[in-house]
Write a protein that binds this ligand. Sequence first.
Ligand code: HEM
Ligand SMILES: *[C@@H]1O[C@H](CO)[C@@H](O)[C@H](O)[C@H]1NC(C)=O
Ligand SMILES: *[C@@H]1O[C@H](CO)[C@@H](O)[C@H](O)[C@H]1NC(C)=O
Ligand SMILES: *[C@@H]1O[C@H](CO)[C@@H](O)[C@H](O)[C@H]1NC(C)=O
Ligand SMILES: *[C@@H]1O[C@H](CO)[C@@H](O)[C@H](O)[C@H]1NC(C)=O
Ligand SMILES: *[C@@H]1O[C@H](CO)[C@@H](O)[C@H](O)[C@H]1NC(C)=O
Ligand SMILES: *[C@@H]1O[C@H](CO)[C@@H](O)[C@H](O)[C@H]1NC(C)=O
Ligand SMILES: *[C@@H]1O[C@H](CO)[C@@H](O)[C@H](O)[C@H]1NC(C)=O
Ligand SMILES: *[C@@H]1O[C@H](CO)[C@@H](O)[C@H](O)[C@H]1NC(C)=O
Ligand SMILES: *[C@@H]1O[C@H](CO)[C@@H](O)[C@H](O)[C@H]1NC(C)=O
Ligand SMILES: *[C@@H]1O[C@H](CO)[C@@H](O)[C@H](O)[C@H]1NC(C)=O
Ligand SMILES: CC(=O)N[C@H]1CO[C@H](CO)[C@@H](O)[C@@H]1O
Length: 330
Amino acid sequence: MASQKIERLLLAVLVVAGLTTMSSGTTSSPLQYDYYNATCPGVEEVVRTELVALFGNDSTLPAGLLRLHFHDCFAAGCDATIMLKSHNGTAQRDADPNSTVRGYEAIEAIKAKVEAACPLVVSCADIMAMAARDAVNYTMGPAYQVETGRRDGNVSRKEDALRFLPPADGNVSVLLDYFAVQNLTYKDMVVLSAAHTLGVAHCPSFSDRLYNYSGAGDVDPRLDAAYAANLTAACPAGNVATVQPLDPVSPYTFDLGYYQTVYNREALLASDAALLDDSLSFAYVQLMTNGSSLSIFFDDFAASMINMGRIGVRTGTDGEIRATCSIYVD
Ligand code: HEM
Ligand SMILES: *[C@@H]1O[C@H](CO)[C@@H](O)[C@H](O)[C@H]1NC(C)=O
Ligand SMILES: *[C@@H]1O[C@H](CO)[C@@H](O)[C@H](O)[C@H]1NC(C)=O
Ligand SMILES: *[C@@H]1O[C@H](CO)[C@@H](O)[C@H](O)[C@H]1NC(C)=O
Ligand SMILES: *[C@@H]1O[C@H](CO)[C@@H](O)[C@H](O)[C@H]1NC(C)=O
Ligand SMILES: *[C@@H]1O[C@H](CO)[C@@H](O)[C@H](O)[C@H]1NC(C)=O
Ligand SMILES: *[C@@H]1O[C@H](CO)[C@@H](O)[C@H](O)[C@H]1NC(C)=O
Ligand SMILES: *[C@@H]1O[C@H](CO)[C@@H](O)[C@H](O)[C@H]1NC(C)=O
Ligand SMILES: *[C@@H]1O[C@H](CO)[C@@H](O)[C@H](O)[C@H]1NC(C)=O
Ligand SMILES: *[C@@H]1O[C@H](CO)[C@@H](O)[C@H](O)[C@H]1NC(C)=O
Ligand SMILES: *[C@@H]1O[C@H](CO)[C@@H](O)[C@H](O)[C@H]1NC(C)=O
Ligand SMILES: CC(=O)N[C@H]1CO[C@H](CO)[C@@H](O)[C@@H]1O
């Protein structure tokens, strides 16, 4: 028994070694650290100060802002086009996957402070990247330097959100396809999924797993039965408004609670539970539950956030710097 266990652990470490050395796959970045150091010195402090005030009033906001940056980046690049509005419902934020995205007003409030300090210098896209970084740091996650120099796009299409945002019921191979399109790796996928250490999901995001999962009136067998019973009680069929924590271990702390939740078979989303189904992602999850992997995870997460922040960026003369992030474009 003991030797079997050691063998398994050894295998996990070897597999993860592969995952750890896997190249990040991103090309050189046109972004840089401290891009505004001459044109808007102190901008990162302005952003952080305003955010700390907003977070103090709303402890659920860090999760919202982390997800907002992700949705912006995946839908046609980190260019703040998720902020744009459409009178006739054709912008990214009108897409279904965006229906529970939060934090638009917070970005606008920060932008107003930044405009007061340095008019028409700092892009909304950079503010969103800074806000995501600050959200992670505020919740006790890794502190990393954020790259800046992005400019904002002015075209926001609902189809981009529908096409590029990964589905909540995706298995590992489906998720990998969505990440590969963004030049992100397997490792980026397994690591960035742990953003679900913060925040909530609404019942419809996981109720398929509770009711008639395979058409036989059953519950997803990958969900812990006792936990599933609690979820079913919290989410009666048809309930759309109730939320449950993605990481019930520590919902407001950026830590390894996500991987513990997945390992405990208490992940709400099928896409998170799926990490147990593939040997490489399983090995990473297992490693992250061994009690001494926090600093590995923090380094990995910071690196993958930087990779994500490079998706489809506009720089130089491409794009614009807007005074207001969420203007109507049609
Ligand atoms: C791997 C593919 C991913 C899928 C399928 C996915 C899907 C989802 C879904 C369905 C929700 C719940 C929405 C709701 O019901 O309100 C959610 C929430 C969330 N997602 Fe993801 N996500 C993924 C990756 C990411 C990434 C890469 C990040 C950020 C780096 C992220 C950050 C978040 C956060 C912070 C929340 C909580 C939001 C809140 O509390 O308002 N997700 N995600
Ligand atoms: C910051 O500004 C100094 C001088 O003002 C410059 O030498 C340096 O390259 C700048 N750094 C970045 C990252 O732009
Ligand atoms: C405080 O947060 C609540 C949501 O929790 C929000 O409705 C309210 O507008 C916020 N107040 C300020 C001053 O930001
Ligand atoms: C992280 O937060 C601490 C305060 O909690 C702050 O001193 C530090 O500058 C922040 N780091 C970054 C990179 O934002
Ligand atoms: C993942 O899901 C896709 C789409 O539903 C399916 O075609 C594929 O066979 C699944 N892969 C695995 C390994 O289960
Ligand atoms: C992925 O990388 C290729 C090659 O460098 C590049 O042409 C493409 O624009 C990148 N895609 C994204 C979404 O950044
Ligand atoms: C469960 O799904 C099956 C197959 O789709 C369907 O025939 C059955 O009516 C469903 N049962 C309930 C209770 O919805
Ligand atoms: C289900 O909910 C009950 C009551 O809140 C709690 O005591 C129990 O620990 C929960 N079970 C699981 C598996 O989370
Ligand atoms: C957990 O994994 C890390 C990274 O491989 C390793 O350094 C550490 O010894 C492991 N700890 C335990 C208790 O297995
Ligand atoms: C959108 O931005 C492009 C340059 O990136 C510019 O040529 C075009 O005029 C802009 N359109 C509007 C409506 O602002
Ligand atoms: C509504 O959206 C369409 C694109 O689907 C666009 O051509 C049209 O100009 C928009 N209508 C208005 C009133 O902005
Ligand atoms: C915040 C926001 O704009 N949410 C929109 C997301 O998309 C749905 C439609 O699928 C809209 O009804 C929401 O207003």
